[in-house]
Design a protein around this ligand. Structure first.
Ligand SMILES: N[C@@H](CCC(=O)N[C@@H](CS)C(=O)NCC(=O)O)C(=O)O
Length: 192
């Protein structure tokens, strides 16, 4: 079987999928898409070709995941949350055990204002979640952590997690893990 993630190292949405794949399927193939230039080895037009070859309406947005298994129909997916749900269907160990916390984290990340100076509401929510379990989605690492970590990386590097002690402790525990470290790029986009 082969898993290909069409991605860009600076995109937080693609990073969500990269963390889950690094954790569960570290041998996956990563294809960087040249989003903002028509030259380069893999321009957006090629991503659109992949999307339409596999029956999707071409959007030209990353991440896109392609899962090919000999003897089965290939699966091609857009949207980082749908990709995470699909990865859980392949590896149940990434399934969040605390669904209430999972939904809380997902909503709080989605509600992050485009004004990046005001991440406090997210940090307060995540700090509260960290007081109920060792990881954001329960007692083990799950896709809930994959949803929040790219944004926490950006907030930590531009603000700080000071004053959010339980969250800080959680972040210190996860930041050394290979599956997370490998997903981090020193330059990144804020976008959401
Ligand atoms: N809702 C999408 C958002 C993905 C997204 O915004 N990706 C950006 C890069 S960070 C993109 O591909 N942009 C293409 C463009 O701006 O043309 C998801 O969660 O997967």
């Amino acid at each position: 079987m082969r898993i290909t993630l069409y991605t860009h190292p600076m995109c937080p949405f693609a990073q969500k999928a990269a963390i889950a794949l690094n954790y569960a399927f570290p041998d996956y193939t990563s294809q960087t898409v040249n989003l903002y230039s028509s030259s380069g080895p893999f321009p957006k037009s090629k991503l659109r070709e992949v999307e339409s070859n596999y029956g999707l309406t071409p959007k030209g947005y990353i991440p896109v995941l392609l899962h090919e298994v000999e003897g089965s129909d290939p699966v091609c997916l857009q949207e980082s949350d749908d990709i995470l749900d699909y990865i859980v269907s392949l590896d149940e160990s990434l399934k969040p055990s605390n669904l209430a916390n999972h939904n809380t984290v997902r909503r709080a990340v989605k509600a992050l204002p485009t004004n990046t100076n005001k991440p406090d509401s997210l940090l307060t929510t995540l700090d509260g979640v960290c007081s109920t379990s060792a990881f954001l989605g329960g007692d083990s690492f799950s896709t809930t952590d994959c949803i929040a970590l790219p944004f926490l990386q950006r907030i930590k590097e531009t603000h700080s997690l000071e004053g959010f002690d339980r969250l800080n402790e959680y972040y210190s525990k996860v930041e050394g893990e290979e599956y997370y470290k490998k997903s981090c790029s020193s330059e990144w986009w804020w976008w959401w």
